[in-house]
Design a protein around this ligand. Structure first.
Ligand code: DI6
Ligand code: FE
Length: 414
């Protein structure tokens, strides 16, 4: 038995497996075992193939606690320097996000701070934000560049993202977001900037193994569909998957544009048209809902959730953690907001932050508690899964395991 002993076996827990296409897939009085970072058993205790102590090196009872897959935050901009608390206050006084951006603030103010920071300083400022997500149950994090807008700083951001993954022992997926804002030095030379991103940045980031995907901000204050198309075509030539900030503040046909390039995801989608949603359904493009920016910008146009459900577009939920439009540092809070602001069911929102978020990153190996999946799981201080959406804030994650390794542990605060 020793050769095949599992590393760890959790007994007497309620497993939210998310194994089927709908429902929580709850297994009561369940057991969860893993070896070498991969789940070997996720079923009822009564189905265990032997005495627990003979099966695993470490065995413990959870006394009926609820266990879900590790959460996946599939859209963040958590590597940046400085804050934008000043801009927050300007918005509270009535200035719009777009007006501040056009005035040289917004994304460009974070660009100035991020360019000025050394790599170590950028890591020091960003790491606590990643740590906070993990303590709250996140075991896979997507991190975008886009506050450099020059090659050196973009690569610096992506290196910092990789270092965060190594430092914390969680999976970090990096995304090159060159088309985030037009840097001032390229004012009136838009075409040249886009060409640079295509011809220099994408190949450089790929050669350094720093980009797992490519994103763009398709918006009036960002880039046009034609500009995005050029970058997407280049990305696809290089074999890099694409995703898109689509139809957040206006309908530029972003959903359809993303689908046309077989994008992993189209994100935001508040203003998306039904035809965009239909195209996404056909292409298998995930809709990533970002209630944090909806909340912070006091938007009032809700994404077309009914159309997504009707056409079978998988919905994910993410923080969009960024210094401007979504200083949201908890994915669990995004789950709660997705329910209250967008009327997702708690089950849809949890799927959105696990299995569907994993799909939005092209990672089918995680997001469910099923044998063969990554051993990423969270033990929660709740009495039923809906509480994960119900509580607004609070520290509910009791224990977090990533790749079978325990990340964060704290006392029971229930
Ligand atoms: N993601 C972004 O890139 C922009 N909006 C969004 O949801 C803005 C980020 C910023 O203002 O820094
Ligand atoms: Fe974003």
């Amino acid at each position: 038995m020793t050769a095949t002993r599992w590393d760890h076996l959790l007994l007497d827990c309620n497993l939210v497996t998310l194994a089927g296409d709908t429902g929580y897939g709850v297994i009561e009085r369940g057991a969860l075992g893993w070896r070498d970072g991969v789940i070997t058993f996720a079923d009822a205790m009564s189905e265990l193939p032997g005495a627990p102590d003979s099966l695993a090196t470490k065995v413990e009872s959870l006394h009926g606690a609820w266990v879900t897959p590790g959460l996946v935050d599939c859209h963040t901009h958590l590597v940046f320097a400085g804050t934008r608390a000043d801009e927050f206050q300007r918005r509270l006084r009535g200035e719009s996000y777009e007006a501040i951006a056009r005035d040289g603030g917004g994304i460009l103010s974070t660009v100035r701070a991020t360019r000025a920071a050394s790599e170590d300083e950028l890591l020091a400022q960003s790491l606590p934000r990643a740590r906070g997500l993990v303590a709250d149950g996140v075991t896979t994090i997507e991190i975008k560049s886009g506050y450099g807008l020059d090659l050196d700083t973009e690569l610096k951001m992506l290196r910092v993202a990789r270092r965060i993954g190594a430092e914390l022992g969680v999976t970090v997926r990096t995304t090159l977001l060159g088309l985030h804002a037009l840097p001032p030095e390229y004012k009136s030379r838009r075409g040249e900037y886009v060409a640079r991103v295509c011809d220099e940045w994408l190949p450089a980031a790929q050669a350094a193994n720093l980009a797992d995907a490519v994103d763009a901000f398709c918006e009036g204050i960002g880039f046009t569909p034609d500009e995005v198309r050029r970058v997407f075509e280049r990305a696809r030539e290089l074999g890099l998957p694409v995703k898109l900030h689509a139809d957040q503040l206006s309908d530029l046909g972003g959903g359809g544009l993303a689908a046309g390039h077989a994008a992993l995801s189209a994100d935001h989608l508040e203003c998306a048209s039904e035809s965009g949603i239909v195209a996404m359904a056909r292409a298998g493009t995930v809709a990533v809902l970002l209630p944090g920016s909806f909340y912070a910008l006091r938007e009032n146009r809700v994404p077309p959730i009914a159309a997504m459900r009707e056409h079978g577009v998988p919905m994910a939920v993410a923080t969009d953690l960024n210094p401007g439009t979504s200083p949201l540092r908890s994915l669990r809070l995004a789950i709660s907001m997705a329910c209250t602001l967008f009327r997702l069911t708690p089950e849809e929102a949890l799927r959105g932050a696990t299995v569907n978020a994993a799909r939005a990153l092209g990672l089918p190996d995680r997001g469910r508690l099923v044998a063969g999946q990554h051993a990423d799981c969270v033990v929660w201080d709740v009495r039923e899964p809906a509480e994960l959406a119900y509580w607004i804030g609070g520290a509910l994650a009791r224990r977090v395991f990533a790749g079978g390794r325990e990340m964060a542990r704290r006392g029971d605060h229930s």
